[in-house]
Design a protein around this ligand. Structure first.
Ligand SMILES: [Zn+2]
Length: 116
């Protein structure tokens, strides 16, 4: 039987944010985001990893000090992030992503692969 291994990564990025039409977030502003990722899966590949920590970091780094403005809510952002990691491999069985938009506010999403 394949053993499941869970990995965790935490990191930070700075990004511009704008929710057009929103009362408070409608004007261009920025956040110091924090992310936390939990991924459980069956290890595979050259290094026998569930996922390389660098792959997680690289996903979030695309938004760090970039000229991309995040135009989604924190809730939409975590759903996209979970889908990205979940779709990398069938060996990935569970993904949870928590993104802190401020030091006291986060959104979290989780997806689990159910055997059919
Ligand atoms: Zn904002």
């Amino acid at each position: 039987m394949d053993r499941l291994v869970k990995i965790y990564k935490v990191g930070y990025f700075e990004s511009a944010h704008q929710l057009r039409g929103h009362e408070k977030c409608g004007l261009l502003h920025g956040h110091s985001y924090k992310y936390e990722v939990w991924i459980t899966g069956i290890r595979s590949g050259e290094w026998n990893f569930v996922i390389d920590f660098h792959d997680i970091k690289n996903y979030f780094n695309q938004f760090d000090h970039s000229n991309k403005v995040i135009t989604k809510s924190c809730e939409d952002f975590v759903v996209d992030a979970v889908d990205y990691f979940f779709n990398l491999s069938e060996n990935i069985k569970k993904v949870k992503v928590r993104v802190w938009e401020t030091v006291n506010s986060y959104a979290e999403h989780e997806r689990i692969r159910i055997k059919s």
